[in-house]
Structure formats: structure tokens, C-alpha cells
Ligand binder design. Sequence first.
Ligand SMILES: C[S@@+](CC[C@H](N)C(=O)[O-])C[C@H]1O[C@@H](n2cnc3c(N)ncnc32)[C@H](O)[C@@H]1O
Length: 338
Amino acid sequence: MATRNEKKRQKAEKKMLAKVNGNNKFKDKKVQKKKHKLGKRSKKNKSDATISKHADNKTGAIGHAGIDTKSVKSKPEKTSKTAIENSNSSEVTSNERKKVGESKPCLSSMLGSGFSIKGGTLQQKMVAKLKAAHFRYINEKLYSVSGHEAMEFFQNEPHLFDLYHTGYSNQLNQWKYKPLDRIIERIKSLPKTAVIADMGCGDARLARTVEQKVHSFDLKAINDRVVECDMSRTPLSKSSVDVVVFCLSLMGTNIVDFVLEANRILRNGGIMEIAEVTSRFENWENFIKALYKFGFQNTDKDLKHKLFVAMSFRKISSVEKSRDLPRLQLLPCLYKKR
Ligand SMILES: C[S@@+](CC[C@H](N)C(=O)[O-])C[C@H]1O[C@@H](n2cnc3c(N)ncnc32)[C@H](O)[C@@H]1O
């Protein structure tokens, strides 16, 4: 039989796990009180009813502080077009989407569980939960700052980059279709002399897989193949590459700068390959039209996969930064924790 002390310890562990899970039962009394007040107010005003609902941490909407589960929101969370409940699978059911009024899944919802474990001790589960929360925080961060700011962020917190990449790799292994595979196939069909720039290369799988010379760039180098840089300013010379690849990497808020850098380093007639999460596009046709103004003509697109869109472009003219260029924006991947 468990001793009294053991029972106490088990209870404390459960309490901590419940906090990580956002379980109300063990919530801080202060938060409970605040919720109670909100609940009271909601009776007075019908519109406030949503407040108490959203203040309920069951939905566990984690803000940019990532693991701060204490704050009680006074306004309902807006469900952005890309917001979706966290899911263990890369395939999101239509029922899950309906819950948040969303029609398409997004990357962070697919990535969010990169650290989930089945079984394991309570402590292992807690660690996995915390890592997953950190992972989602970093993922959101990358979608909400410029490339330059993201670079600074990882310079200050290098360990977070490793955590991000472990989570991403775990999840990548679960996807049946990997967007980089299509790009690899296309590059394999090009001459062996072609020179490639892989922007936001992650662990440089492209460079490891194809025979051509690949310059692999990322915010941090997780192996020797990777050159550390913000991809809006690579060390490559003008018109020096035949192919530029952006595979799930147009994350920063300054996509214009990434595309202008692609235009600078590509030779005329060179190819730009883009693969992105479907839900990031409000209107992919407008995105293609806008890229034309940046000197890129669309040559191919692959829309048959539910989660990812792939597009190929040819550089038809050199374009430099100017006020006449259109804005280039993709929706960030926001998420709701289950
Ligand atoms: C989702 S991962 C994709 C990795 C790889 N391209 C793949 O398909 O497996 C996105 C990568 O883009 C990188 N990234 C995002 N913004 C970047 C920037 N401004 N400069 C360089 N790399 C960037 C991230 O650090 C991350 O490694």
C-alpha cells in the first residue's frame, strides 16, 4: 500500500500534470475566482456569455507567452482562418475543422504534437507536454516576426532551435506526403551541374539527397551542411544559382524580402520552387499574380494534396525593391490547443 508521503507526492504530480494540461480541477484559486466573476457578469449581459466560455482553460488557447496558462482572457479568442484545434495527425477530420469554423488544416496544428508520447511515466508525459508547448510557441513566433528578428531570437536562445527541429522532425516522420519529396524529384530531373539554394533548409535533407551542388541556409546550423543566415540576405552572388527552394519556410513577416533575394541570386530563366501549407493562402491565384510583379512566372502547381500546395516559377526578369511592388502576405499558422 502507498504510504501517506507517496500519496502526497502522487497527488502533487497529478496536480502539475493537470496544470500543464489546463485542467480546471486543479486550477489556481485566483483563476477560479476570476472565472466565477466573469461567469456572474455573463448572466447580466448575454454577449458576455462567450467570455466565460473562452476564459475556460479547457480550450487552452496559449498566447505568445506559450506556456502561460494562468491568464484569463477578458475577450473571446478570435478564431483566425488558420486556427485549428491541435491534432495528432496530419490528416484533420472535417468534424475537427467544424469545431473551429475552419476549412483547412495548418502546419502548427499538425506539428503541435511532435512531442506527444503514448504511455510513459507521469514525469515523461509532463516533459513531453512542456516541450510541445514550447514548440508551438516557437512555431508561432517564427510566423509573427521578420527573418532578421527570428535570427536574433535564436541567437539569444539557441537551445530553442534544437527543440523546434526535434519537434518538426518527429512530426515530419508521421506525414505520408512530404512536400520536399516533390521538390527532390524535380531537382533530380535537372542537369547535375545545376546549382541550388535551399532557403530554410532545416536539416539539409535536400543537400543530402540530390547530386547537384546545394547551398543550404537556415537561421541556425544544425549540421555542417547548413550555413547560418537569414534567407533575406544570403552570402550568394547575383545570378549565381539555377534553382531556389522555399519548402515550408516562408515563415517570416517579410516574405517580400525573401522573394527579392530569390530574384537576386537566381539567373534569368532559373526556377523557384515553393511548397506551403494550404491554409496559409487566402487566395493562391492572387499570390501567383503578385509574384509575377516580382519577376516570376508560374509554370506549374500541385493542388491535389489536402495539406500542402506546391508551385513552380521561372524567373523572367530582375526586380529590385521598390514602392510599386505589391504586398506579399501569407496567413500565419495559429492554433488552438485541445
Ligand atoms: C518548417 S521548417 C522546413 C524545413 C525544410 N525546408 C523541410 O521542408 O523539411 C522551416 C524552416 O525554415 C527556417 N526559416 C524560417 N525563416 C527563415 C529565415 N528568415 N531564414 C532562414 N531560415 C528560415 C526555419 O528555421 C526552419 O528550419
